[in-house]
Design a protein around this ligand. Structure first.
Ligand code: PMV
Length: 320
């Protein structure tokens, strides 16, 4: 029987990370150069309820019932069974492959969840709409990452640039003119939950300072939205630079992130900043498309372990 396959892209946060946890707006974009693919095959020899899972990137090959109940994949199957009201799954084999690096700020966890839920719900004959996929992935993210804002599950599900405020309807952004980002990975693994809880401790100690920084990030996100909608790409650069300075003050940069950000600017980027949780992980640089390769090469020479060049496409906006 042919497989049912679904994919989900990576993502990068353009502006507003961390402040978004405190109800300020942020903008995220899909990164289609990296993706997760989930395929579900019927297992005609298996008994109902027998589920075989393969995920080579995390060296996982196991029956679902051999995994601990707290395992992320076990939780996902349970979330979906609960959503659809199915007592057990038909015998099946799930294969998950990914080109998204783990714990690097590219949304790998959310993408794994989106791809699996899409493939699995279609396989059992109840393909879920984006709204439900995103809501279930948010539940999953809460189990594993503490207090996520919801931006990751939303951008990865809809695979379009979004303007996002926690707990509010979001907007798919109208992109006036395509723009190009170079994304680079410091190679320093940094779980988002640790960065987020560090910010929370500091915010509790000195909320006046942190609220001010978050307000400045909110203003940057609003200005960035206008630049994107109007196709004023170059003007977006200084906003990324300003957001990086705020993230340094928020205490989530890292010497290697600062070094890569400086390198990108010196190599001609219009602006650059860390992206995502910080303390490692990724940075992004906004570039003139003609200069993207030069910026990527400079970042590699400065120690980036991987770089991607991605184009955010022009498109129409929509409120959700
Ligand atoms: O590390 P990432 O890319 O998953 O980004 C997390 C973004 C934060 O604002 C730091 C946390 C959140 O839940 O929004």
């Amino acid at each position: 029987m042919p497989a049912i396959t679904a994919t989900a892209p990576g993502k990068a946060i353009l502006v507003g990370e961390h402040a978004v946890v405190y109800n300020r707006p942020a903008i995220a974009v899909p990164v289609s150069q990296v993706q997760v693919k989930a395929s579900v095959f019927a297992d005609i020899h298996g008994q109902p309820g027998e589920v075989w899972v393969e995920a080579p990137e995390i060296r996982l090959t196991a029956h679902l019932n051999e995994l601990p109940p707290t395992h992320a994949i076990v939780r996902l199957f349970a979330l979906l069974a609960n959503e659809l009201g199915i007592p057990r799954y038909p015998a099946l084999r799930l294969r998950v492959t990914s080109t998204i690096p783990i714990a690097a700020g590219l949304g790998s966890g959310a993408a794994v969840s989106v791809a699996i839920l899409r493939a699995l719900s279609a396989f059992v004959g109840h393909p879920l709409p984006n709204e439900r996929i995103s809501a279930l992935v948010f539940e999953q993210e809460k189990l594993f990452h503490g207090t996520p804002s919801g931006i990751d599950n939303t951008v990865v599900t809809y695979a379009q640039p979004i303007f996002f405020i926690k707990g509010q309807p979001f907007s798919l952004l109208a992109v006036g003119a395509p723009f190009t980002l170079v994304i680079s990975d410091t190679g320093i693994r940094s779980p988002t939950a640790a960065a987020v809880s560090g910010v929370r401790e500091r915010w509790q100690r000195d909320s006046a300072t942190y609220e001010r920084l978050f307000d400045q990030a909110a203003e940057i996100a609003q200005q960035a939205r206008r630049c994107i909608e109007n196709g004023e790409n170059r003007a977006l650069g200084p906003l990324l630079d300003a957001n990086h300075r705020l993230l340094q003050q928020i205490g989530v940069s890292h010497p290697q992130l600062d070094r890569l950000v400086d390198t990108a600017r010196q190599a001609g980027a219009w602006g650059a900043k860390l992206s995502g949780g910080g303390l490692g992980g990724n940075m992004i640089a906004l570039v003139n498309p003609a200069g993207a390769d030069a910026v990527a090469a400079a970042l590699s020479a400065a120690g980036a372990v991987r770089t991607w060049i991605t184009q955010v496409k022009a498109g129409l906006g929509k409120d959700h």
